[in-house]
Design a protein around this ligand. Sequence first.
Ligand SMILES: Nc1ncnc2c1ncn2[C@@H]1O[C@H](COP(=O)(O)OP(=O)(O)OP(=O)(O)O)[C@@H](O)[C@H]1O
Ligand SMILES: [Mg+2]
Length: 236
Amino acid sequence: MPLLTVEDLSVKYGVAQVLWNVTFNIEKGEILSLIGPNGAGKSTLLKSIVGIVPHTTGRIMFDSSNIGKESVKKRVDYGICYVPEGRRIFADMTVLENIQLGALPKRARANMKDNLKTVFELFPILKERATQLAGTLSGGERQMLAIARALMSEPKLMMIDEPSLGLAPNIVLQVFQLIQDINRKGMTVLLVEQNVRQTLKMSDRTLILENGRIVKSGRSAELMSDEYVMRVYLGV
Ligand SMILES: Nc1ncnc2c1ncn2[C@@H]1O[C@H](COP(=O)(O)OP(=O)(O)OP(=O)(O)O)[C@@H](O)[C@H]1O
Ligand SMILES: [Mg+2]
């Protein structure tokens, strides 16, 4: 039984259709990556899974529940978490306050203390900077804060939208390493990335979305030597 099943999902903004009959699933414990050009609908797909954007057709099953009509809050309670593009954090609050805000779902509130300990072990830099205003963090630290806050909600599925955006190459590697560490501890991850080479290396399977349609999918290791992927996405 997959953790998430998306069937025949279509999404429109007004009259403009941006997702067309998208079908895929995510197995427990895997890293599934989603790649594709700007405007393909990658963020829209994540938003429709967490419920920020409604879908016009299709079905979303999570942990054997049909969640397609549930509120965002309910879906977060089920264990879906969305780390948006652009590392949105609360600039005027401290690092610690930002992290604590992640523990809103009921089940997560009870375990907040333990989870905080785990998060600080994973991100020692955030522990050092716990009392600093989040607005003064560097780009890489903000990305870590966004992921740390998401972990506090005890998600079963973390959907992370372009964590590498605007980060220096060595910081990108650090963030990818952290995502792999989190995955090794059992987290299922849906990762949207433009950094195709590294993403193929770190994920189990990959979906390619173009113009709102999945045009290719498969094991990431195999896609690395796929003629189309090499030509269009890897520039070889
Ligand atoms: N709220 C909205 N209202 C209308 N159109 C939207 C809205 N959000 C996104 N779109 C449009 O939907 C299409 C898909 O956008 P989306 O943000 O999902 O793409 P993306 O694949 O995440 O792109 P990028 O790689 O640039 O982040 C784009 O053409 C975008 O302009
Ligand atoms: Mg996007």
